[in-house]
Design a protein around this ligand. Structure first.
Ligand code: CIR
Length: 253
């Protein structure tokens, strides 16, 4: 497996914010946490392709938003935030050796944070960053490969994956205040602790779940459910409204 990551931009303090108040981000702490994240991926056996920082693109560490990489094809997004559109070019170059590339087009907007893949089902969040036009385009692109699209309204948080993420095959971590649980009928659902609204974003790698130590109550629930957690603190990037899934694009080589 390969993980594409990108170093934290020195301009991270100019990041986009939708639901959070601006707080000063310490670039040294953010960089050190990001290095630990990359190291955790290596320890789990992934080859990490760590792209250099983009000084003029504040949010470019959040590579997940720029592409959806399936086994068959990679789809480059047209990110919802105008300030993020220039991130696409370098991610396309990094993906080119591995996949056929296709691009979503205007007036479609789409962030990878709104896309959750569970086998042959692709859940897409309709949020401030992803619209019907892009969802329609994506459906047309993935249909020949046998994927089914399910659309979910996202309310109260930035992306679909702020509200739900995969913890294991058939198991999701979910915040029921932000999305309807009913969309995940047939899945085992682990709800976040009420006091930890941002705790639904975890990064599943095989039988391990990379998770943040600041969400201890939800972590306890995950451990009780039999999951194997590897703790990685991403709290400094949390001030930029990012979490764990957003810092990598993971795919089979
Ligand atoms: C943004 O608003 O685009 C960034 N500040 C945060 C993006 C986080 N991405 C993600 O969760 N997939």
């Amino acid at each position: 497996m390969i993980a594409i990551t990108r170093k934290v931009s020195p301009s991270i303090n100019q990041c986009e914010l939708t639901y959070l108040e601006r707080q000063l981000i310490n670039p040294d702490i953010a960089n050190s946490q990001h290095r630990n994240y990359e190291q955790a991926l290596r320890v789990l056996g992934l080859e990490v392709i760590s792209l250099p920082a983009e000084p003029d693109l504040p949010d470019s560490v959040f590579v997940e938003d720029i592409a959806l990489v399936l086994d068959e094809i990679a789809i480059l997004t047209r990110p919802g935030a105008i300030s993020r559109r220039k991130e696409v070019e370098s991610i396309a170059s990094a993906l080119k050796p591995y996949r056929e590339l296709v691009y979503t087009q205007a007036p479609g907007i789409l962030d990878g944070g709104d896309i959750l893949v569970a086998g042959k089902t692709i859940f897409i969040g309709k949020s401030t960053r992803s619209n019907d036009e892009a969802i329609h385009q994506l459906k047309t692109i993935v249909d020949p490969y046998g994927y089914k699209i399910k659309v979910i309204e996202v309310n109260g948080c930035l992306h679909l994956k702020s509200a739900v993420s995969m913890a294991a095959e058939g198991t999701v971590i979910l915040n029921p205040d932000w999305i309807e649980k009913g969309h995940f009928q047939g899945f085992r659902i682990i709800e976040v602790d009420k006091s930890e609204e941002n705790a639904a974003n975890a990064l599943q790698i095989g039988s391990t779940v990379i998770y943040q130590p600041c969400f201890m109550r939800t972590a306890e629930k995950l451990i009780e459910a039999g999951l194997n957690l590897k703790m990685v603190d991403a709290s400094e990037l949390g001030k930029a409204e990012g979490a764990l899934t957003c810092c990598s694009l993971i795919f089979h080589s």
